[in-house]
Design a protein around this ligand. Structure first.
Ligand SMILES: [Zn+2]
Length: 394
């Protein structure tokens, strides 16, 4: 079996379980750090393993432009290329392409766009986005969807939702016909450079393709999108098109409205969220997977998440502060360095500032999710949210 989802415990609407993928198991609910260009900026793979990152996200659009899909495929796929033996999820490239605004043109066939690097012309269709993701060889890949802007134009949102449904069918058709072309096949059982296996030992293992629910901020369209995407049939479902500038109460309302219409025994992935408070909240609603650039991007700008709230380490007030960044955090940064030193590194524009800040923020997010899983396993019900924040830290 290539892909399975097993629920081990529930608490209210929240679930704790496991994704079983060709490159290993992932405990859910899970936060997936973003490694856009086959790298979590500033943090090496051995430290990611030490932090117990169980799955990484890679961006197809960026990897397609640089170093190129064919290059990664020839080198055995993304796991082998970046020496990452654990599971990987890739997005379809849709979101990034739609973020290009002036540089793209959407037709029934797909999206023409210009590279943000050199202005060169490219084209993504559901078929080529699947071909790219099969070439990269992530464990979980995503259907090609249209991400609309935050709009009140219901007809525009409906047309976009219909296009996404047609593209979901084309994505699935291409995937079913080509899923045995994953690059691991040529490297079954072989060890990566670090000595850990980077290819599944099962020669028959294939990727899992997830569908994406769209429908803007309209609960009725969300319901229709969910039901028709489930009819097409995928082993997991993502909720796309949220966290695009709408108020948080509306995000929550749409997430709840969508979850009602997704199968309870399959994984649900909320794309592109959120703050530490948000990821806890969405896990409590029954979301199993989340990803966001926030902890890593914020870290590079000196914004750090702690058990005492957000800290902007650049502030002069920390120049003489000998305390650890977060006294309740067990990460290697908080164990070793003071706020004063971290503030000095940031103010001096030292590369080490980005490295250490990113390690702490990732550690904080991963610890938060560990506590969420623990709470669900204990069946803490309605006390769930407040308890996650008041539990003793490891
Ligand atoms: Zn820390």
């Amino acid at each position: 079996m290539s892909f399975q989802f097993r629920i081990a415990a529930t608490s209210g609407k929240a679930r704790a379980g496991r994704l079983i993928t060709p490159h290993g198991e992932v405990e859910t609910p899970v936060f997936m750090p973003v490694g856009t260009l086959a790298s979590v900026k500033g943090v090496s793979q051995d430290i990611l393993e030490e932090l117990d990152v169980q799955i990484l996200l890679g961006n197809t659009y960026h990897l397609y432009l640089r170093p190129g899909i064919e290059q990664v495929r020839m080198l055995g796929g993304l796991h082998r290329f970046m020496s990452w033996p654990r599971p990987i999820l890739t997005d379809s490239g849709g979101f990034q392409v739609f973020s290009l605004n002036e540089l793209r043109k959407v037709t029934e066939e797909g999206v023409a766009f210009r590279s943000h690097l050199d202005g060169s012309s490219h084209f993504f269709s559901p078929e080529s986005a699947m071909q790219a993701q099969i070439g990269l060889g992530a464990d979980i890949i995503m259907a090609f969807d249209e991400c609309t802007e935050y709009s009140g134009d219901r007809e525009r949102v409906r047309q976009s939702m219909e296009l996404t449904l047609r593209w979901a069918e084309r994505s699935k058709k291409y995937f079913e016909e080509h899923k045995h072309e994953v690059p691991w096949k040529d490297h079954v059982g072989s060890a990566g450079r670090a000595g850990t296996p980077v290819s599944p030992s099962n020669r028959e293992a294939t990727q899992a393709l997830f569908g994406i629910v769209q429908g803007g901020m309209d609960p009725a369209l969300r319901q229709e999108s969910a039901e028709r995407t489930v009819e097409i049939g995928f082993p997991g479902y993502a909720i796309g098109g949220l966290s695009v500038g709408e108020p948080r109460s509306l995000t929550r309302e749409i997430v709840e409205a969508t979850l009602e219409h997704l199968p309870k025994d399959q994984p649900r992935y909320l794309m592109g969220v959120g703050t530490p408070e948000e990821i806890v909240e969405y896990a409590s609603l029954g979301i199993d997977m989340m990803d966001c650039v926030l902890p890593t991007r914020a870290a590079r700008h000196g914004l750090l998440f702690t058990s005492q709230g957000k800290i902007s380490i650049k502030q002069a007030g920390y120049a003489g502060d000998d305390n650890p960044l977060d006294p309740d955090c067990g990460c290697r940064v908080c164990a070793r360095y003071s706020r004063a030193y971290l503030r000095h590194l940031y103010a001096s524009n030292e590369v080490l500032a980005q490295v250490l800040n990113t390690i702490h923020n990732l550690s904080f997010y991963l610890d938060t999710m560990r506590r969420v899983r623990h709470s669900i396993e204990l069946g803490r019900g309605a006390r769930f949210l407040s308890e996650v924040w008041s539990q003793p830290k490891p």
